[in-house]
Design a protein around this ligand. Structure first.
Ligand code: PHE
Length: 340
């Protein structure tokens, strides 16, 4: 008898319950009234009286062992079937909520800017992000070692001071002028790089849109008209524009372009530092020397150029207060633009 009990005990322990069918099998073999355990109980009557008590106790332990194993596995299997059910309840054919991608706000603003200017007859030009000194500086009238180069903290390529990441899209002016004859009316959007610490107001990578027009008799008035039109189209008819005298080596005269602050409507606030005006870019008449550097006759032709920060325009348009948001790709930020 003792042997049978031990044998059955190891049988119960070794039984693997991996699914509901096995559990059912286990239940019939070891816990019901016709189970192997119950049959052993029937044999108890043949056990000599003086052993009945201890054998009976062992049988009770065996019964308990089978019962506990059954209940534990029942709980596990029930829980598993619950979670299976909830998986099955997902309808895989349903469209995902908010699964549509959206254009990045900088892309939207760039496209809008290009759309506005292309209606004035501007075509698209382009140039490389890794530039040589000639296109980024020298041809634009930044003489070697001239302090004006310090205006733009430059990332140079190690071991070759002639190659740098372009610091502005004005380098594309040179590339387009070198390979085209006037009249030239072109836009050049692109990524630019400056060695600046990243903060809410500055970044080492940002975007500009360059525009320039070279023809006979192009005047400062033409520049003003083009930018006036752009600002009204981009921000609305009630926005004002002003030109502030400035300096760039490649334009003469030069100006910085301000628009009336969109946040306070010109009354004065933190964004415009209480001046009522915010800067959106630089502009001017292309210096005759720059035209000559590109083999364009400066006695016959004149031209204007402007360059604007695309991030700056986007920040003003959508009231974004931190430049870093554009590069972090936080979905909570990007999703706000998916219906625009
Ligand atoms: N390239 C100048 C800058 O990045 C902007 C500019 C472009 C100024 C064209 C004048 C004309 O600061």
């Amino acid at each position: 008898m003792q042997e049978k009990i031990l044998h059955l005990k190891s049988e119960i322990e070794a039984f693997e319950i991996i699914n509901a069918e096995k559990l059912e099998l286990f239940k019939n073999e070891f816990t019901t009234r016709k189970s192997k355990v119950a049959l052993l109980f029937d044999e108890l009557k043949n056990v000599p009286n003086d052993q009945k008590r201890s054998i009976g106790q062992e049988l009770n332990h065996l019964k308990q062992l089978a019962q506990t194993k059954y209940e534990e596995n029942l709980a596990i299997i029930e829980q598993k079937s619950e979670s299976d059910k909830s998986i099955n309840e997902i309808d895989l054919s349903l469209p995902l909520p908010n699964s549509n991608g959206a254009r990045h706000p900088l892309t939207m603003v760039r496209e809008r800017m290009i759309e506005i200017f292309s209606r004035l007859g501007f075509a698209l030009g382009e140039g490389p992000e890794i530039e040589d000194d000639w296109h980024n500086f020298t041809a634009l009238n930044f003489p070697p070692n001239h302090p004006a180069r310090e205006m733009q903290d430059t990332f140079f390529i190690e071991r070759n001071p002639d190659i740098a990441l372009r610091t502005h899209t004005s380098s594309i002016q040179i590339r387009v002028m070198e390979s085209n004859k006037p009249p030239i009316k072109a836009l050049a959007p692109g990524r630019v790089f400056r060695n600046e610490a990243i903060s809410a107001r500055a970044h080492c990578v940002f975007h500009q849109l360059e525009g320039f027009y070279i023809d006979e008799n192009v005047s400062f008035l033409d520049l003003k008209n083009a930018l006036y039109h752009f600002v009204k189209e981009m921000f609305g008819q009630d926005i004002n524009i002003r030109f502030r005298p400035s300096f760039f080596p490649f334009t003469e005269p030069s100006a910085e372009i301000d628009i009336s602050c969109l946040i306070c409507k010109g009354k004065g606030c933190n964004v415009c530092k209480h001046s009522g005006w915010v800067e959106i870019g630089g502009a001017g008449m292309i210096d005759p020397q720059v035209l000559e550097n590109c083999s364009i006759d400066s006695k016959k032709y004149t031209g204007y150029a402007f360059g604007m920060g695309i991030e700056r325009i986007a920040m003003l348009k959508y009231q974004i207060k931190d430049l870093r948001l554009f590069t972090e790709n936080d979905l909570r930020f990007l999703k706000q633009f998916d219906s625009l």
